[in-house]
Write a protein that binds this ligand. Sequence first.
Ligand SMILES: *Cc1c(COP(=O)(O)O)cnc(C)c1O
Length: 457
Amino acid sequence: MKTIIEPFRIKSVEPIRFTTREEREVILKAAGYNPFLIHADDVLIDLLTDSGTSAMSAKQWAGIMEGDESYAGSKSFYRFESMVKKITGDEFVIPTHQGRAAEKILFSILGGEGKYIPNNTHFDTTRANIEFSGAEAFDLLNETGKHPEIRADFKGDMDVDALVKFIEEKGVENIPCVMLTVTNNSGGGQPVSMKNVREVKNVCIKYDLPLIIDACRFAENAYFIKKREAGYDDKSILEIAQEMFSYADGATMSAKKDALVNIGGFLSLNDENLAMQCRNLLIVTEGFPTYGGLAGRDLEAVAQGLEEVVDEHYLEYRIRSTEYLGEKLLDAGIPIIEPPGGHAIYIDAKRFLPNVTPDKYPGQAITCELYLEGGVRAVEIGSVMFGKYDKKTGALIPPPMELVRMAIPRRVYTQSHIDYVAEVAIEVFKNREKLNGYEITYEAPMLRHFTARFRKL
Ligand SMILES: *Cc1c(COP(=O)(O)O)cnc(C)c1O
């Protein structure tokens, strides 16, 4: 088999800025050893997130010029709407400025005190919007999905028995909908099988509950189904996506992921009454139903991006480039969540730095070192981000995993960039004995990871 190449050539380039290690020492110290506080200009390869960081195609940029900025009934809206309908099969398409705006609208109506909403794993903004409404969010991930070292094809699957038990316990009348996140971002970008979507749907039919898909990475998920699940090899990505959505009653989507744009999102629904209520809220918080917080040009770029993302050559390159980075790290003995997911590689910081306890933030130590070693920016997903304090003793209560996520922006970096990232990570791994962890010197009462400052131990 020949090398899987980037399925594009480069028409416009954006230079990246090189710094010396000495310069990075000064920059990181000034940022309080928190890579969130580093100016992006001082980063060489930025793997902080795959959200809103995609490179748009020439056709998308052309769409930016073509965008129809009419307040009502814009031609760009109708192109956007027909593309979303084609993929999801949903009758009602509501544009929003990003994924969380779709969540906010949906849960303002479906949520509220005394309500319970299950998912394979809720993404943080979904959980936050559910909890903000007064409802409670529950994760019902299957057992293998909770073990980073176990290799399985569909570690994003929901535990269907747990779902049935959950509905019986909480009472079907208290559950407004069931959600499935494809791929499972918070669980390592692991895919959900079609079999699981079907099984979850059957439970929803039995209890007469709507199924809502968090569709941020629907195309990456469809590609995994094509490659890994029996019976899908001959189907196109669009057909697989259409089947997946055919089991759902609606979807929330951040277009900043699999629609290959820098801003945008939508809520799609097949229930007219619910859609009417959502549109009424949309008008209060986002805008008129044919633009919903976006410019006409943004809608045009999303429509074009949705056409491009289901291209199999694109997805083959996309999934392979993530896997390629994962393989290089594994070959060097670096522990990661296995198998590599769709959009990111997650280093298992507990196994990488076994002597640095969670209260010394091993993920933060690795993240800082990746920057110092090679100007690579990753993000800690562990005790800094999700740690809580015991109210009595003040001791840290760490989350189950200490991870460092390297998310790969879509169509932005080439194979040699990825080779470079692997070299940097391997160098950090070789020198891991020298890392002692960090302590926090400042933290905000909420979402501390964004603004916390640290001291090197
Ligand atoms: C990014 C993301 C969201 C939220 O989307 P935003 O556009 O960032 O508001 C919701 N769910 C998942 C799975 C995501 O990855």
